[in-house]
Design a protein around this ligand. Sequence first.
Ligand SMILES: C[S@@+](CC[C@H](N)C(=O)[O-])C[C@H]1O[C@@H](n2cnc3c(N)ncnc32)[C@H](O)[C@@H]1O
Length: 252
Amino acid sequence: MPENTYERPELLAQYLNFHYGQEADMLPWDFGPKGALHFPVRCVRECLDQQRLPTGARALDVGCAVGRSTLELSRYCREAVGVDFSHTFIMAASLLCREGSLPYDLPEVGGISRRVEAHLPEGIDCAGISFRREDAQALPTDLGQFDVVLAANLLCRLPYPRKFLDRLPGLLNGGGQLIITTPHTWLETFTARDYWIGATPETGEPLEALKEILAPNFLFEGTRDLPFLIREHARKFQWSVAQASMWTRRSN
Ligand SMILES: C[S@@+](CC[C@H](N)C(=O)[O-])C[C@H]1O[C@@H](n2cnc3c(N)ncnc32)[C@H](O)[C@@H]1O
């Protein structure tokens, strides 16, 4: 069985910092790309149309990692469910909700790290929030149906992204909002080239390929560019720009 990257302790610290870190721990330089901070918060604030949510809305965050977007969805929805394939991430997200804080070691340089704490953001009530370990490519029917489904930077980490995309119509209520963000970082270490969604000379632009797959069941609402910054250590960062696409489930 190949090793799951997202079970590694250094990835847990990286994602806890990405989702919950102090700004100075996410980016200690004034001249850095500040607009790329708080990506899991912006995925919700900038892409969700709050006005269109029904009373008692349910939200699903697929590939939630350590759960920040799930928590943000809970500000607007009665119930928010976060699912991820990583035991480590789901345990951390659940523990943070239960305890209110979680320590982690922030890498500084080489073998040196600094102990810091992730805190539950202000105004979050965990009563309507749950986390489950699930495979996005085989989501069980007992999850039910949702008014919002968010899949942030998940698609190009799945071996069979089409299995997830084909499951989406059954996950959303009519009029429900689907938000997919992806930096389109297709890599054969995660997804065999035959299963990429577009992104090859033969299959063309990924967004066009996505439209072709989703169009029968979803109305395309538009896109946004969402930069994000992940700290590897005090002097190394990954700066990327995800393409968010917003969709509405057609009422068939
Ligand atoms: C690039 S990270 C994005 C995490 C989070 N949505 C964010 O934007 O910070 C990809 C996430 O997808 C999860 N993942 C990978 N394969 C998965 C699968 N088959 N089912 C559910 N989650 C999966 C990983 O564990 C990881 O948390």
